[in-house]
Ligand binder design. Structure first.
Ligand code: C5P
Length: 212
């Protein structure tokens, strides 16, 4: 049996004490993948941004807010795991400065300088050693090509591709590619069913394979 780290949900990057940058990730695909992994008898730790979804009670959930916090929590947990599924949508930018006071309107345009946040999966991928990593790529165009480039940059073993309609939706349509760019499977339907099918691919290609 494996110990699996799941990143899930969005992260937030605050501009001031009340405003933040984020995205519409719901954490539903993370919860569905956790359920699928538990059903196969695995141990699941979830590092999750702020979500309303309920994760299965059998999981250890580590709540975080920012992308930097998600990375720090994952760096703590990943060495104890066999693999990681990066289904989170971490916020890719933060403001250069976070105002300690609420930014007041003054009738003028407000210019924000945004700096890239760390890439959680890519950072784990660089030090993965014998562990496996599955990434999720949300692409609007050139899906296979872009997803394969991300798979390589982030040292993933498999990449699950979905479109923007997956965000905050009950259903999903995904393709799974391997590190050679081969299309392994395509699934569509309610997220719990799609997650179970995706997890079967992970189980067969990455978990059972290594247990032999
Ligand atoms: O956002 P992007 O399409 O690059 O996401 C692809 C993969 O990288 C996903 O698995 C996502 O969880 C991960 N990612 C990350 N940290 C980021 C951005 C993306 O771990 N800052």
């Amino acid at each position: 049996m494996a110990h699996i780290l799941l990143t899930s949900g969005p992260t937030r990057q605050y501009l001031d004490p009340v405003r933040y940058l984020t995205n519409a990730s719901s954490g539903r695909m993370g919860a569905a993948l956790a359920t699928a992994a538990l059903a196969q008898g695995h141990t699941v730790s979830i590092v999750s941004g702020p979500v309303e979804v309920d994760y299965p009670t059998e999981c250890t959930v580590i709540p975080v807010v920012t992308t930097e916090e998600m990375l720090a929590a994952c760096q703590e947990v990943f060495p104890k795991c066999d693999g990681c599924i990066g289904v989170a949508a971490p916020c890719d930018y933060r403001t250069e400065k976070v105002s300690t006071e609420k930014i007041a309107k003054n009738g003028e345009p407000l210019f924000l300088k945004l700096i890239e946040t760390p890439d959680v999966v890519a950072t784990l991928g660089r030090r993965k050693e014998q562990r496996w990593i599955v990434g999720f790529a949300l692409e609007t165009n050139d899906q296979r090509l872009r997803a394969l480039a991300k798979l390589e940059q982030k040292c993933c073993d498999l990449m699950v591709i979905n479109g923007p309609e997956a965000m905050h939706a009950a259903d999903n349509r995904v393709s799974v590619i391997d590190a050679a760019g081969n299309l392994l499977a395509e699934f569509s339907g309610p997220k719990p069913r799609v997650a179970a099918e995706v997890f079967d691919v992970i189980q067969n290609r990455l978990i059972t394979h290594r247990e032999r």
